[in-house]
Ligand binder design. Structure first.
Ligand code: AMP
Ligand code: MG
Length: 413
């Protein structure tokens, strides 16, 4: 096994080659899933002004001291403050102001009595009420949201590399950030080759299969924030593959990802041509599935020659291409990992093995993993059923039921 390159070393070598892409400015309307290219500090306080957290009456808290059901305190209602309008005057001691949730607290008031704790029944004619009877005392500050209580001006809200989710974009809207600096989407050329492959729209004639890898790989790229260029399937000839490489390079992508044609068979044309037209850095890795993986450069562009079997292509994308894409867009490349107990004994050949597993918690809250049927690297269903990839470390050839291994989650469990 000594001639095989260790997985972590291979990832480290790939990642050290990769340079981040430039940033671009985008509208907040297009921000979902984008990665911030700079830190963002709050330009203002949130809330911006003191406001009521309840529908009720703004008062001076000392005016309602001792108020109760049996001892209501009556106050004149001197103004009406709807949400969205600044109070015109200050509140004087002995007065109340009808106030809506989110409306600014008038000067002079220091608490809000919720409408439920008064005799008011807000209907159509509520604004005509001249007085209100208050049934409860309040502490100073009650039901008032203070400026800066949520976010203070100058506070670091997001760090560079943050991936924007709906709530983050809401925060940016509240802060008034209409335009954002994000990493440009990396452009990835996804290539397929093989005489047996037909595209999704072509008829299946004897001996042919559909090209599924380009769909898996293209959508993995999109899932991680990249933009995809697809090309017609190349045939198993040097000319056809050379033409496909030229077409890919002409698009000036940030990365080229192929599948198939890297094994040791007679038709390992991808690897041969990469070494002629560009350079191969390494291609035999201590991993299962996916040992043959050509990594190098074509016209200076990072090039991944993934194995052809769909499961191998997907696993090697996850292990090798994903960290490269993450580095390109300034993102942390950590993946969610859980420890799980194996529900069955499994065998391996001593390479680091990524097994497709289903995960389930037992009644004691322990997480158990069972393989998703055949682990053949051509069996797409093993991947469709998988909640995760259980990682058997190098040099483990046999396991017992109950042995604990890390699982890279492909789905939240
Ligand atoms: P190869 O590396 O060319 O020997 O391919 C290994 C296996 O992967 C073969 O069974 C191929 O038919 C299959 N394969 C290669 N490319 C694709 C693809 N794009 N979609 C689905 N299966 C593929
Ligand atoms: Mg082939």
């Amino acid at each position: 096994m000594s001639e095989l390159l260790n997985v972590d070393l291979a990832v480290a070598r790939i990642v050290s080659d990769i340079r981040p892409v430039e940033s671009e400015n985008i509208s907040i309307y297009d921000a979902l899933g984008r990665v911030l290219a700079n830190d963002i500090d709050a330009p203002l306080d949130l809330p911006i002004f003191a406001n009521s957290s309840m529908d009720g009456y703004a008062v001076v808290s000392t005016d309602v001291e001792g108020a109760s059901d049996v001892n209501p305190i009556t106050l004149p209602v001197v103004m009406d403050i709807p949400a969205g309008y600044a109070p015109k005057t200050a509140l004087k001691p002995g007065q109340a102001a009808r106030i809506m949730t989110g409306a600014p607290i008038p000067q002079g008031a220091d608490a809000v009595i919720p409408v439920e704790n008064t005799d008011a029944h807000w209907g159509e004619a509520a604004t005509n009420h001249q007085v209100v009877r208050v049934f409860q005392s309040v502490n100073p500050g009650a039901n008032i949201r203070l400026p800066g209580e949520d976010v203070t001006k100058g506070q670091r809200i997001f760090t560079k590399g943050w991936v924007l989710r709906p709530q983050d974009i809401g925060m940016l809207a509240a802060l008034g950030c209409a335009e954002l600096s994000v990493y440009r989407r990396p452009k990835v050329a996804v290539l397929s080759s093989g005489d047996e492959l037909v595209s999704i729209h072509d008829p299946l004639t004897p001996g042919k299969i559909r090209d599924s890898n380009s769909f898996i790989l293209s959508n993995l790229v999109r899932q991680y924030g990249g933009e995809v260029f697809n090309f017609p399937i190349a045939r198993d000839t040097k000319d056809s593959i050379r033409a496909m490489f030229d077409a890919a390079v002409a698009k000036k992508p940030d990365m080229i990802v192929t599948s198939a044609g890297v094994s040791v068979g007679a038709a390992d044309l991808i690897k041969q041509l990469l070494s002629q037209m560009g350079k191969v850095d390494f291609w035999r890795i201590n991993i299962r599935p996916g040992k043959p993986l050509a990594y190098g450069q074509l016209a200076g562009i990072p090039f991944f020659g993934l194995p052809g079997n769909p499961v191998s292509a997907m696993v090697t994308f996850d292990v090798f291409v994903r960290p490269a894409l993450m580095k390109m867009i300034g993102r942390n490349s950590d993946v969610p990992i859980r420890q799980a107990k194996l529900k069955e004994s499994v065998k391996s050949d001593g390479r680091r093995t990524y097994m497709r597993v289903k995960l389930e918690y037992n009644d004691d809250g322990e997480l158990w993993a069972s393989t998703t049927g055949t682990q053949s690297s051509g069996a797409l269903m093993s991947m469709v059923l998988a909640d995760g990839l259980l990682i058997l470390p190098e040099n483990i050839t046999k396991t017992q039921i109950g042995d604990v291994f890390p699982v890279r989650l492909l789905k939240e469990v």
